[in-house]
Ligand binder design. Structure first.
Ligand code: ACM
Length: 685
């Protein structure tokens, strides 16, 4: 039996050597900045960091005081330099002067001015902004500027002028299908602040759970939450935490569909009376509010009256997606209502429901937001439409005069590559919109639907890929270099980990449960070379429900892990110049040989720990890939061109390796493809 412990580490070492050499050669203009600011002018010189570092605020402001304290803590943790935690007001003795002219809006708002300028010279730093929130954004930029060298830590001299491209830059987190405790929410808010996102869209109710305490309607959580919900004190705490970081909190209570858990305690408001229970299955369910009932509107008015002060944002999301109309069609009183009101179809009935909701919301000081199914000629003006079924709905919405948000292209739960999200732009150059229509495009939101995530895995599904959306929504449209983005995403990943996010560490902590102690290194190494299947594949292959444990290899694996690009780039280097490939070719050969050792090691590990079984198929296919890669590389280096039979067999094998291996997908197929293409005379991609 082969015991594989040291080879992966040796391979990694060769790789790190290669990366260290290649990184030393570069000095990219964007350095570690993410999102890239609107304008950056690098200057000569540095400002060294030492124990004399002091912060002064031009004006006292509790939010800025707290932010300055957090800044110092983070800087100390990052650099190991002991710094004074005192924040003063005397610019003359300060290294960093923070000058926010106004506190800005009391509650973070869409119209908040987030701009700032940052000047680093060899004698000090000046951060100027119109509002407190602009200074919060500038402090994040400043932390990203610190660099280390053999002389210690310093800031490069620079002049930065910055402001966001879009006003609305959000993350939706679905806590309905799987609940997320407050500490998970808070660390994700920290991550959002780090990359200048400003809207936390909290999807708080769905068929699988109702997550907010209502004192007026206590059966909502008593019967609809499995005991997993936020108390009102916790909601206030999260909203205040977000506000401290310049983040708005947008609540969503999905209706009229995705509404089963409202009816577990209050079945009288459903279109069909009966007994309802929490749904364990995912998908679209038939329970919908009765839009013809005045009692429903009184109930929702009471509910929103109670919730409105808890969520001080001036926007309120009503959901409105995926309304299954079976209950409406099956109910004679609803059919009669439609006839009486001359509502030609159920979409018009939903529009009627939405217009009633808009009136209630307006009475409570809220502006309505809905998914793109709410788009209808009767949709009240000013309603924000969030496009998820395709970017065309965003265009339709602004053509009809509605403010709009893009989420199509930003579905983190689909398990796409970060670069796919990076390429989705709310205002593509060919959108054909007038200036006025373009102004209605407020921005976008990434969506983290939670069919397949829980507290242990949600960070790795959100981060670091969310940084792609953060940059797209903040930086100028011209910032599109994918390679440079990935380089900076890796740097930002470390800062996110420092902020407490677990996207990197969860893989190993989960591997320690999945495998016996001796097998953790090999199982961990395999997990670095795979990613989960897509959302749709997982639904089909695993038939997931809310009760499916989220503790297996598919859960420990990360979407779009670094190994994909690292090995692809090494292979491209070898293919481009194999006559002098040297270290790159050696690294690649070591990797191909190691991949062939995984199958026996994973099979042995599976015999000790059944959950490792999930990796056996991937390990076997990885071995075959390694064999093919090794063969192709040997031929390439020898100048030995293979015949057409070899090429055809290689292509078939690559195609099969791209298919799901159980619930895992290998991420190194592209690297082998590059070598196969090179040896068979195809242009290298
Ligand atoms: C959605 O994904 N149903 C908005």
């Amino acid at each position: 039996m082969i015991r594989l412990q040291t080879p992966p580490l040796a391979g990694l070492f060769a790789l790190q050597l290669l990366l260290a050499i290649s990184l030393a050669a570069q000095a990219p203009v964007t350095r570690g900045l993410l999102p890239v600011p609107r304008s950056v002018e690098w200057r000569q010189g540095q400002l060294p960091l030492d124990t004399t570092f002091r912060i002064a605020l031009a004006r006292s402001d509790p939010r800025l005081n707290a932010a300055a304290g957090r800044f110092i803590e983070r800087l100390v943790r990052r650099t190991g330099v002991p710094l004074s935690h005192l924040v003063g007001h005397d610019p003359a003795s300060a290294t960093l002067l923070i000058d926010a002219r106004r506190t800005g809006t009391a509650v973070p708002a869409l119209e908040e001015d987030e701009s700032y300028t940052l000047d680093v010279s060899t004698s000090g730093v000046a951060l100027h902004s119109a509002t407190t929130v602009g200074s919060l954004r500038g402090l994040e930029t400043l932390l990203q500027l610190y660099e280390s060298s053999e002389r210690g830590w310093s800031l490069p001299a620079v002049h930065i002028e910055d402001a966001p491209r879009f006003r609305w830059r959000g993350l939706l987190l679905d806590v309905g299908r799987h609940f997320e405790p407050v500490d998970v929410i808070k660390r994700n808010l920290d991550g959002m602040a780090l990359v200048k996102l400003n809207v936390f869209h909290w999807h708080l109710s769905d068929d699988q759970g109702f997550r907010v305490e209502s004192r007026r309607y206590p059966r909502l959580t008593r019967l609809g939450s499995d005991g997993q919900f936020y108390t009102q004190a916790q909601i206030r705490d999260v909203v205040a935490y977000a506000r401290d970081r310049g983040i708005r909190v947008l609540p969503e209570f999905d209706m009229p569909g995705h509404a089963t858990t409202w009816f577990v305690g209050y079945p009288q408001y459903a279109s069909l009376r009966g007994k309802y229970s929490i749904q364990r299955k995912f998908g679209v369910h038939s329970a919908v509010f009765d839009p013809t009932s005045e009692a429903v509107y009184r109930f929702l008015d009471g509910f929103i009256a109670e919730m409105a002060p808890l969520f001080p944002d001036s926007y309120w999301h009503i959901g409105g997606d995926e309304v299954e109309d079976w209950q409406w069609n099956s109910s004679s009183h609803i059919r009669a209502f439609r006839r009486r009101r001359r509502l030609p179809d159920n979409r018009s009935l939903q529009a009627y429901f939405n217009s009633r909701l808009a009136v209630i919301l307006r009475r409570h000081g809220k502006q309505m937001v809905g998914w793109d199914e709410t788009l209808h000629p009767d949709l009240p003006r000013g309603t924000v439409v969030q496009s998820w079924r395709g970017p065309g709905f965003l265009i339709d919405a602004v053509h009809q005069g509605h403010p709009a948000l893009l989420s199509a292209g930003y579905y983190l739960d689909h398990i796409d590559l970060a670069e796919d999200h990076y390429r989705a732009d709310p205002l593509a150059s060919d959108s054909g919109l007038t200036a006025e229509q373009r102004n209605l495009v407020l921005g976008g939101e990434a969506c983290m639907w939670s069919e397949h995530v829980g507290p242990e895995t949600v960070d790795s599904r959100i981060w670091p890929r969310l940084t792609a959306v953060a940059e797209r929504l903040w930086s100028p449209r011209s910032v599109t270099d994918v390679d440079d983005f990935y380089r900076r995403m890796a740097i930002t990943g470390v800062a996110l980990e420092q902020a407490g996010l677990t996207q990197a560490s969860a893989l190993y902590s989960m591997a320690r449960r999945i495998a016996a102690p001796t097998d953790v290194p090999v199982v961990g190494s395999l997990l670095e070379l795979v990613q989960p299947v897509t959302f749709g594949q997982r639904v089909r292959l695993q038939h997931t429900t809310q009760l499916t444990p989220l503790v297996r290899m598919v859960d420990a694996a990360r979407p779009d892990p670094p190994a994909r690009r690292v090995w692809h780039d090494v292979a491209v280097r070898v293919a481009a110049d194999h006559t002098s490939a040297g270290l790159a070719a050696d690294s690649l050969r070591i990797a191909f040989q190691q991949w062939q050792l995984f199958a026996p090691a994973i099979e042995a590990a599976a015999a000790r720990s059944p959950m490792v079984d999930d990796g056996v198929l991937a390990a076997r296919t990885l071995g075959q890939l390694g064999h093919l890669g090794d063969d192709a590389l040997t031929r390439l280096l020898k100048g030995d061109k293979p015949d057409s039979v070899w090429v055809a067999a290689a292509r078939t094998q690559l195609e099969m390796a791209r298919q799901p291996q159980g619930l895992l997908r290998l991420v190194v197929v592209d690297a082998v493809q590059v070598v196969v293409d090179a040896v068979s005379g195809r242009p290298v991609s």
